[in-house]
Design a protein around this ligand. Structure first.
Ligand SMILES: [Zn+2]
Length: 448
């Protein structure tokens, strides 16, 4: 591990990229050493933000004016939401994707480039370990009914919970990543258990994580005009003592840790622990043992002189006054009540929803093409060019989204077999024409 480089918010966690050739054969060396990768956004930096070149000059307005419906996501919108993929990453993600697909282990819904990359990255690009973790993740999602949480679970006690457990998302860091703040020393644990239960609190945490992936990151990406995929967190431990760490509190802490590290890997950019006193530092030693090396490397423990460090990463306008910034969110009753950030911008939300709907439609197309592939082929054999042009139109429409790769492959295959069929029909038609001519000649011959 090297020391942090002096410049750039992006490069402050450092370190070396793992050698992938060694990663897969690391067993030979005995002890596996975990590499700590650079911030996840560096895997898909926009070309315009590299090398201090002129920044992309797209405003939210101009992004909105792209012909979304005509060709699906516009190229620029696609680039911001999806990022430019690193060719090395792309290759290994593709190999991982193929491995899972071959064994029928990759539901179309979870065939997402960034999710697969996060699991690979977390495991130093070891495909076997990544596969196990990914399958665990799918199993957990099913058992925990993660996809249904936003419909089935309403955290009605949210406001009350926030009063005795101050936490929440608030603004963005200088790179545009969401900032999450938790004032763990201010937890009133007895009151908390009167208002809610451990189980509901964990469900709430999962639903917030889902919201971050589905809404906060895309909204932050659009606002920052670069792909955003991780969170900067501040944990204020002022007042933390053993009393805050009663058994149920420890249980919650460990459960949340387990969920985050197993199912939402590589989403933490940096964690600033502030106001750490000697008591906390002792506690930290114990807690640290439960965290992975790569997580520990992202954590900076600071005493009460934390402000200058925070201001390097976060603009004072995005920092609440209680942390030394300028924001009060008085209209919401405080910064941790506001959930303010690009994810509350209605224009951005509308754009995200549109792209989600298009992806959904595409996924639907994918399922349709899977189910009716045979009947379509038969149908095409009997039909004329109209069906062909309809199929081609469908292909063009499907070509718009990255999540449609599988559908595209199938449609391409269909297209190719249609071409074959068309050729055969043409040959048959020619033969028929020849036969007709021969018959005509024969008839004429008989008449004579
Ligand atoms: Zn605020």
């Amino acid at each position: 591990m090297s020391t942090p480089t002096a410049k750039g918010e992006d490069r402050d966690i450092v370190i070396t990229r793992s050698d992938r050739k060694n990663a897969s054969s690391s067993g030979v060396k005995g002890l596996r050493t975990k590499s700590i990768h650079p911030p996840i956004e560096m895997h898909w930096d926009l070309p315009t933000t590299q090398k201090g070149k002129k920044k992309a000059s797209l405003s939210i307005k101009s992004l909105l004016s792209y012909p979304l419906m005509k060709f699906g996501r516009s190229k620029s919108l696609e680039m911001v939401l999806e990022g430019t993929h690193d060719p090395n990453d792309e290759q290994i993600v593709e190999a991982f994707r193929e491995m899972l697909s071959r064994e029928g282990l990759l539901p179309p819904k979870h065939n997402d480039y960034h999710t697969l990359l996060r699991f690979l990255r977390m495991n130093d690009f070891d495909m076997t370990i990544s596969k196990d973790m990914f399958l665990n993740y799918l199993k957990w999602r099913k058992e925990f009914r993660v996809d249904m949480i936003h419909k089935e679970f309403k955290f009605t006690e949210y406001t009350e919970v926030k009063k005795c457990y101050p936490h929440g998302y608030h603004g963005v860091d200088k790179c545009g990543r969401p900032v999450y703040i938790e004032r763990i020393g201010m937890i009133d644990i007895n009151k908390l258990w009167q208002i809610t239960t451990q189980e509901r609190l964990i469900k709430h945490h999962v639903s917030e994580q889902e919201k971050t992936l589905r809404v906060r990151y895309p909204a932050c990406s659009l606002a920052a005009k670069r792909h955003i995929a991780s969170t900067t967190s501040i944990l204020d431990v002022n007042g933390v003592g053993m009393s805050n760490f009663s058994k149920p509190a420890r249980y919650i802490f460990m459960e949340i840790q387990k969920i985050d590290s197993s199912y939402y890997p590589e989403t933490l950019n940096k964690l600033f622990i502030i106001n750490a006193g000697s008591g906390f530092k002792m506690l930290w030693k114990a807690v640290k043992a439960f965290l992975s090396e790569r997580t520990v490397a992202k954590i900076q423990v600071l005493g009460s002189n934390y402000l200058s460090v925070l201001l390097e990463a976060i603009d004072p306008s995005n920092l609440p006054t209680f942390l030394g910034g300028n924001c009060t969110c008085s209209e919401y009753g405080g910064c941790l009540m506001s959930d303010q950030g690009p994810w509350k911008n209605s224009e951005l939300l509308e754009m995200i929803q549109t792209t989600e709907e298009m992806d959904g439609a595409c996924e639907h197309n994918n399922v349709v093409s899977e189910g009716s592939l045979m009947s379509k082929t038969v149908e095409m054999q009997n039909k004329d060019d109209l069906s062909m042009s309809l199929a081609l139109e469908e292909t063009t429409r499907a070509r718009t989204s990255l999540s449609c790769r599988l559908a595209l492959q199938k449609i391409d295959w269909l297209e190719a077999s249609l071409g074959d069929i068309k050729n055969k029909i043409k040959t048959l038609e020619d033969a028929l024409q020849d036969t007709k001519m021969a018959l005509k000649e024969l008839a004429q011959h008989i008449e004579q």
